[in-house]
Structure formats: C-alpha cells, structure tokens
Design a protein around this ligand. Structure first.
Ligand SMILES: [Zn+2]
Length: 686
C-alpha cells in the first residue's frame, strides 16, 4: 500500500528542480519543503505556535534522543508524539543512526545492531533496525527512517563500502519490521563521497519499496562541491514518483543547490543554531549581529520579511539582545530564520511551478551566500547590475572574494594583492617587515620617509597610517608621548584604482578613513595627531622619484613586469640605486623572481629574503649598501637573511638569470651579480 501519496507537479526547464505534494497521516505537504528540527520534541527556543505560523508542514524529531528522554513508554502512554507535544502536522523521525555516529562516547556496530552508551546515564543501549522501527512506531511519526550506518563522508573506500552494504541489509530488515504500520518509511542512500558507491547505493535502495528516499551521510566533512556532486548522482537514479530527502543539509545556498538537483525535503539545525550565535539568514545574505555596525541600525533585520520578528523589532534591538545574551534574542532571531527558510522554500516552489527556475536559481546563488563581513548591508550583484554599481573604472574592475574587494587590471587580468586578505598582506610584508613603528620611536630624528610605489587601492599606505595611529592610541594610555613624524610619499600614474575602490567602502574596509579622499582632493593629507604627512606624486615613478624627499623605506608594490614593465628593468633599478646611494634604504617587494633579484644585485643593492605571503614561500628585500653594511664592512642585517652561495648556485642554473629589460649585447650585469660583495668570502660577518 502507498503510505505517502506523492504527486509530482512540475519539473523546471533546464534543471532537475521539482515541485510536488504528498499527504501524510496528518496533513498535505508541499515540496520542496524544509523541516525544522525539534530534537527533543521542541524546536530550540521556539513556541509551537510560531513554528506553525512559519508554515512548517513537517517537524523532525530525533528517535535517539527521545528514546533516552522521555523514553518510549511516555509516547506509548500519550499515544504518540503528536498528542505529547500537541503538534497537529507531520513528524518525521530519524532512526538514530546519525546520532550513534556523531555523538561522543563508545559505540560498536555488528551485523545485528549498534551498541552504544547512553550519554544520559552511561547504560549500554542496543539499537537494531527492528528496535529503531519499534521506537519510531511508538513515537508515532508520520515518516520513519531506516537505521543506517553513517560514516564520515571522507573515510577510506573500504570502510565506506562496508557501511553502505550493511545499510542495505538493515534497510530490508527495517521494511520487514514496519509490518502493517500506516507510517511511511524512507530508505537511506549511503556511500560517503565515492561516486560509484553512491550510485550503487541509490540503485539498491531504489529497488526496495520505500515511500521516499533519503541521502544520508553528507554534511559530515565533505566540501560543498563533493556534496552537490553526490546529490546529483543519487537523485538521477532515484524514482521520479517518490520524494527525495537530503538529510541534515544545510545553509540556504545548500538548499538552493540541492533543489536544483532534484531534492524535495530538507532538515537542518542551522536556522536555530546560528540564531543563538546572532546570525540571521536574510534576503540580503547572512547578517551577523555581532558586528558593531548594527548597534544603532533602524529597520528590520530583513526588509523583505514579514515574520513576527521583522514586523516588530529593529536590528538595533536584536543587536542589543544578542550583546547581552538575552535568550529572547535567540528566540526572535531563530523565529526569523525559520520563517526565512520556509519562505525561501515557498519561493523556490513558485518559480518551479512558473517554470522560471533557472534565472531565479542563478540570481540567488551568490546572494544567499553573501556575508556582511564588514558590517555594511551586503549588496547583491548580478552581471546586469555590475555596470550600474560602477564596478569598473578605466582599466580596472572590482572583484569580490569572501566579502573582500580586490582591484583587477582588466587587460592583464592581474589582481592587486591577490591573497585572501590584502590588508593583512600589506601589514605583514610592508609595515611589519620594515619595522615602521619601531623606526618612529626616535622623537628627535628627522621625519621617516616611506615611498609607496604603486598606490593602487591605498592598501599599503593605509596599513602604514593605521599602524601609526594604533601606536598613538597605545601611547595615549601612557600619558604624554613623542614620536618621529612620518612622511609617506605615494607614487601612482593612474588613480582610477583608488577612485574605484573608494566607491565601494563595504569591500575596501581600509578606505573608511578621511585620509584617502583627502589625498585625492589635495594631493596631500596630514594628521597632526598622528604626525603623518601623506603626499601623492602623480605620474611615472621613474620620473617623479627625483622630486621626492629621499626615503628610508620603500614599499615597492607596482603591478608585475607584464603590466608595469618600466619599473622592473635593470636600468630602472640602477637609476634608483644611484639616487639612493648615499642613504641607508630598505626596499620591500612581493616579487621573489630570480630575474628581479638579479636586477637588484646587479644594480648594487644587497638582497635578502623577505617573508612569505599567501602561496609565496618568500618575498624580497633590497638594501642599499649603507643599509646592509657598516663602514667596517660588517653586516647591519636587523635579522635580514641575505641571499648566499646557495642562491647564487641556483641563479647560475636558472633560465631567468638575466634581469628584465636586458639584451645579449650588454652582459655587464652577469659579472656584477657574481662579483657582488654579498657573495664574496671576504665579506665580514659580525
Ligand atoms: Zn523576519
């Protein structure tokens, strides 16, 4: 007999997304649907009325937990979970397989059953396919799940295969154990992240007469790509006329991807679990109430939501409740999240029925994952909106990765600070390595001059200014303080990159400061409080460098040779070395290429290894002779590690020996590198 009358209503064009409906012992459920998790016969911190109002048609309860507390006998006494918790709609009970696998404590699995210790009183509990079904029959759920052996999705193949095969044998025993119960029963597909095992399991389980089919063992260690692949493999093999349920998944974006692959049912603790941490899923992406930007913000947490929370309370109020850890904050945010999930499922269903799923799916993918990393409302960006949002200017465009903006030169594709966090790279490679703050600790010395070659989006310059401002904030706590002034000279021939980044302060957090706009307006910006004078020299560095005060430190961060060729040639470095010959100067650059190092050496710089960043194991520091050695020829390294014989040997073997911009007619550089004092044995180390 068919216990769930599943009716497939529509499948979207260009997708496997489906809309359908099924009838349980209690109600009709429209799919795709989300099932709020009521582990202990209650959704965390939520009243049943509120869960009902959200439109939830099925509640998920955990057999494992309910067996331990209150115990099966209580459900027998009350005639099932519906009467016990006064829930009028459907309940789905899981089998306990996932909890046995995931909760701490010893457990063992045999052909017969799983044995584990109760986390409540440490008694030994045996759970077999038959006893799990017996417990679920007593609980009286509308949909029961078979007992499965759940393993981490990343286990080795042999383990995954044995667990899968046991799950298949247990599935047959579960079907037999159901007997004539009117409750529906779903089989579970296992197979970890192995595509062939997933396919084999889907075929085996699909051959058994279940009322629906679940995909288990995902969201337990694999990445979202592997999860989506497995989901797609399985749904392709499952019968069209039965519902498919992806267990324990996931974020709103995960749901969207799984619906696209033909899944109908979901459960996940995230809406309530993240609410406890202050995180809301909204039509603007995720919003995190721990961010200070929300402290005084008017308006609901989601302007498009009509849940009781959004209709009643401002973001500022929710921020406050979260801040003081008031349980009502958790409740109100959880309520919104459940409503948001349910509304998302209804919207997905409407688009499938209207057969305009694909454009909807594409428009939501990035939006649902967007995060308010910098506290500002997250804007959703479609291709059509890119131009409108002014994401391009001149030769540059903005890229956004994980909520952080990057500037790309479109012709070359080169990205400024292509590491995950440009501000962190600027701090580490340039500000910290140059010991900028230490150098300022000499109040009587003349101003420290820093050249910022390649202003770009102002990342390095602002890292320097912010480090100095932080120094003054720390000093302020200790009373009157004096320090050396900082003269920061930025060189740039195309200010479009800074102008473009300034349009998007949400993604370029370092620009939320008066300095960059002041610099653009007046070509200079000064801070009396922090003792900083920032100047802008427009034009080509090779020409403007002669007009700047001589530096102590150089942040050498232009685009690479293929984009900013003239800055990396032997001739350019020779000219720079001549200009700086009378001064102790340290030059820091991200490049560690053999030819750039050869150019520095051939120009007379000493060359040391710099810190690594992102995928680069090291970078480069160039030192003028006065910065590298004292009058007696002793190294003044400040801990710098000069390149030695080993590098020279590598250079001799290299295909990239020649500095950039040299030709075969002039090989004077070759001798200059080999004969560099840094490689001579007479070089005296202290
Ligand atoms: Zn809401």
């Amino acid at each position: 007999m068919t216990r769930l009358k599943f009716q497939l209503e529509a499948t979207a064009s260009g997708s496997r997304a489906r809309a359908g409906r099924f009838t349980t012992l209690h109600n009709e459920v429209l799919t795709p649907t989300f099932m709020p998790v009521g582990t202990h016969a209650a959704v965390r911190a939520q009243r049943r009325e509120d869960v009902l109002t959200s439109g939830a048609g099925v509640l998920l309860a955990n057999t494992y937990h309910l067996m331990l507390r209150p115990g099966v006998e209580i459900f027998e006494k009350f005639g099932g979970i519906h009467r016990f918790m006064n829930w009028p709609r459907s309940v789905l009970t899981d089998s306990g397989g996932f909890q046995i696998f995931s909760l701490p404590g010893s457990r063992s699995v045999s052909e017969e059953c799983a044995e584990f210790k109760s986390y409540v009183d440490q008694t030994l509990i045996r759970l077999s396919p038959e006893s799990s079904i017996a417990a679920q029959r007593a609980i009286g759920s509308d949909i029961m799940m078979v007992l499965d052996q759940c393993v981490a999705s990343t286990v080795e193949r042999g383990v995954a295969q044995r667990a899968m095969e046991l799950t298949h044998r247990w599935a047959l025993r579960s079907l037999a154990a159901r007997g004539d119960s009117p409750q529906a029963l779903f089989g579970i597909v296992q197979g970890a992240s192995y595509a062939d095992l997933r396919a084999a399991s889907a075929r085996a389980i699909a051959d058994m007469p279940f009322d629906g089919y679940a995909i288990g063992g995902l969201a337990v260690g694999e990445g979202s790509g592997a999860r989506e692949d497995c989901t797609g493999i399985v749904t392709e093999l499952l019968p069209q006329d039965k519902p498919r349920y992806l267990m324990g998944v996931g974020t709103t974006r995960d749901l969207l991807e799984a619906v696209h692959r033909g899944v109908d049912m979901f459960d996940c603790i995230l809406p309530t679990a993240l609410a406890k941490q202050g995180v809301a899923f909204t039509s603007l992406g995720r919003r995190d109430l721990r961010r200070a930007a929300y402290r005084g913000m008017h308006g609901p947490i989601d302007p498009k939501c009509d849940c009781p929370t959004c209709k009643t309370h401002s973001i500022a109020y929710l921020f406050h409740l979260n801040k003081v850890q008031e349980p009502q904050g958790w409740q109100l945010l959880g309520l919104h999240n459940i409503h948001f999930y349910m509304q998302l499922m209804r919207t997905m269903r409407e688009h499938i029925l209207a057969d305009d799923w694909l454009p909807f799916y594409r428009s939501q993918r990035d939006l649902l994952d967007a995060r308010d990393s910098y506290g500002a409302p997250v804007r959703h960006v479609t291709k059509a909106q890119r131009q409108k949002l002014k994401l391009k200017l001149g030769r540059y465009e903005v890229l956004i990765r994980d909520g952080v903006g990057h500037i790309r030169e479109m012709a070359s594709g080169e990205v400024m600070h292509s590491v995950n966090d440009p501000a962190e790279e600027a701090r580490s490679l340039y500000v910290e390595q140059s010991r900028l703050v230490e150098r300022l600790a000499k109040p009587d010395a003349p101003p420290l001059v820093v050249w910022d070659v390649g202003l770009g989006a102002g990342t390095n310059a602002m890292a320097a200014i912010q480090a100095v401002e932080a120094m003054w904030r720390r000093a302020a706590a200790d009373g009157p303080h004096a320090a050396r002034r900082l003269t920061l000279v930025s060189f740039e021939n195309d200010l479009d990159s800074l102008k473009l980044a300034l349009r998007h302060p949400a993604w370029f957090k370092h620009l939320r400061h008066a300095a960059p706009r002041g610099l653009l307006a007046d070509d200079r910006w000064s801070s009396a409080a922090a003792g900083v004078d920032w100047q802008l020299l427009r034009g080509d560095f090779n020409a403007t460098k002669f007009t700047a005060p001589l530096p102590d430190v150089i942040f050498f961060d232009p685009f690479s040779f293929k984009t900013d060729s003239a800055l990396w040639t032997l001739a350019a470095f020779r000219e720079l070395a001549n200009l700086l010959s009378a001064k102790a100067v340290e030059l820091f650059t991200y490049s560690y290429s053999t030819s750039v190092r050869a150019a520095l050496l051939a120009s007379g710089f000493y060359v040391a290894r710099g810190r690594g960043t992102g995928p680069k194991a090291e970078t480069t520091i160039g030192l003028t002779p006065r910065a590298a050695v004292d009058a007696a020829g002793r190294e003044l390294s400040h801990g710098r590690e000069l390149l030695g014989e080993e590098w020279l040997a590598k250079w001799r073997r290299s295909d990239a020996q020649a500095p950039l911009g040299t030709d075969s007619s002039d090989a004077s550089w070759h001798h200059a590198v080999r004969a560099h004092p840094q490689f001579q044995t007479r070089f005296v180390y202290p």
